[in-house]
Ligand binder design. Sequence first.
Ligand code: HEC
Length: 730
Amino acid sequence: MKNLMKKYYLVSALLSSTLLLACGGSDNNPGVDAGGDNGNQVSAELAVAGTAAVDAARIIHADTEPGNWLSHGRTYDEQRYSPLDHITEKNVAQLGLSWSFDFPTNRGMEATPLVIDGVMYVSTSWSMVFAFDALSGKELWSYNPEVPKSKLIQLCCDAVNRGVAAWNGKIYVGTLDGRLVALDAKDGSIKWSVQTTPEAEAYSITGAPRIINGKVIIGNGGAELDVRGFVSAYDAETGKLDWRFYTVPGDPSKPFENPVLEKAAATWTGEWWKMGGGGTVWDSMAYDPELGLLYIGVGNGAPWNRQIRSPGGGDNLFLSSIVALKVDTGEYVWHYQTTPGETWDYTATQHMILADIEIDGAVRKVLMQAPKNGFFYVLDRATGELISAKKYAMATWASHVDMETGRPVEAPGARYDAGEPAIVYPSSQGGHNWHPMSYSPDTGLVYIPAHKSLAVYANNPDYSYIKNFFNTGIDWSKATLPDDPAERAGVFSQFTGFITAWDPVAQKEVWNVPHTTLWNGGMLSTAGNLLFQGNADGEFVAYRATSGEDLWRFDAQTGIVAAPITYTVGDKQYVAVVAGWGGAMVAFGELASRAKGSVNRSRLLVFELGADGSLPEPVPFDRGIPEPPELTAGVETIQRGDDIYHKRCFICHGEGAIAAISSLPDLRYMDAKAHQLFKPIVMGGLYSSNGMVSFSGILSNEDADDIHAYLISRGHELLKKMENQKVSNE
Ligand code: HEC
């Protein structure tokens, strides 16, 4: 297969320039052989060159060309439902692998690919972009923005990217270090690039741009690292800034950027602006062309803990809100705040779906969201009026939403501001996170990739702010997991994942499919009465959309978190998904690594009926034997090291120093050399070019020694476990 691909590459490289001129980038090339069982045939006619001739009319009328996937959620209403019906509940059992591609990264993969006129565009972790012939899988070009690996320390949730946008011959990507880059769809060369965020601050971009009427709309992330959220619109042709909307008020001694921020400032107390305030627009957006409204989902507060962020209380607008803006000017129109005075990392950045549905005898233009806080909201998208809100997942922080006030009724103590920690469902992973949902107009159901999860929230009385560093204001030492295996298993049983097929009119679950663990893939529903989802166990599955019955499974060898798409080339329907587990769950060590797909391969998988392609043999993964030096430190030192580790290191190396995915070093397995070089690595920045930066600015030598003592003890514990297992195996 490799040789064939190489040969094909040479042929098409020679021909691509002529073909470009000849077919003018229109639809599928005439003469394309859509047949064949695995799409790997050597055929010069297959060479397509992307022109990405996308404009407003094409996206607005996307249903007239269901074979393409032109924008992030397929349509501006972001329903992620495809009218394609060649693959159906009746024939899906014959689905097989058409082609696959292994990306040169093995971190988390969260992107939704685009397919435009036979060319697929997909982004990867580290904000790289690849273009493929969507039929054969031939790589047409790739782009690497060369984000410095040291950026890793300024990310909350892995080096992920959730997708690109296309407009008038260009492909747009937001990079981890805050650039918005326009690439020539034909060859991936840079047309323009702008820095959208202040470089001295810990902003990052992981979300997909949306393009509306020639404006590229892009948000950013970084609320864990104390930034001030905003969303911007850039001219798609020139990269010039058109408008910017800040989601939280800045320093009130300076002029407010707009009158609505002055009003918002009345909902804040203390000196919030010194720690940014948060409210980043890091993922979800939707657009209604008739109303001219852009909807943005706004994130959590910075720091998470409201006692520190806004000590006199207050709703802290527009944190955890859905905000409607005029797309032409960025002017505020309405907002709905899901979690007033948020203090649990309950973002409202989750996927928003627009639909016209009948409620109480009238067709309503609604916006639907299942944000982290566990409630499913149905809003009138013209006015922001709350139509209904019900719990779709386990949520104990509030009993219900009061329909008179539109506000949640909080459970006593959930706010952990009276000195006592609070055990609350859901955790910061949410009842649902960024993983896209899907709404099928055929079944009338919203398919939510949901979670059950709990967290212990406790105020950190010794909190001190460190710029550009993880600042939650939470005392995580209250949240570490018990060592006793039975107790540990008991806690783990409170973390599960499931699909809930949700009736948004009745506000109730119609069916439910449980998963083995949380953090599974996004959703795709189709007119073939199908629902596709990958999962943390490394399988890609097709379900019957009406019942949840399991119809087809594929072993992807690696966990899946991204959402699938479907498209056609010629008259053949394909289903595609990127595999590769990662994202925020990598910090959850053993809990996360319960997913059997935790040996990571970042890979694009494309399926068609009747294909029988296979994946390369999985490479066995072995971390070797730990080589900890003799343990000389006392219990207190180890405990101190444990505490500091869980403040400074666990976000990348995992709870309990257990790495969730194969691409991260598991510090229990350090060899003699790593132990010897521990100080130069941790304090001297020896590996900073690979993302392990120096911590000398925030750790003392004693701190580093104590962390080392903790890791040595973890190494010995692991060795002992390995020896016991060996004995019991014999
Ligand atoms: C932002 C992510 C991040 C954080 C936070 C982080 N590390 Fe790392 N660390 C890495 C990466 C990535 C590597 C792998 C570097 C390489 O392969 O060269 C690494 C490697 C290491 C290694 C080398 C392991 C080996 O087997 O060679 C040590 C030791 C280490 N880290 C210790 C720490 C300690 C101690 C902390 C907390 C003070 C910490 N790290 C925090 C990302 C991180």
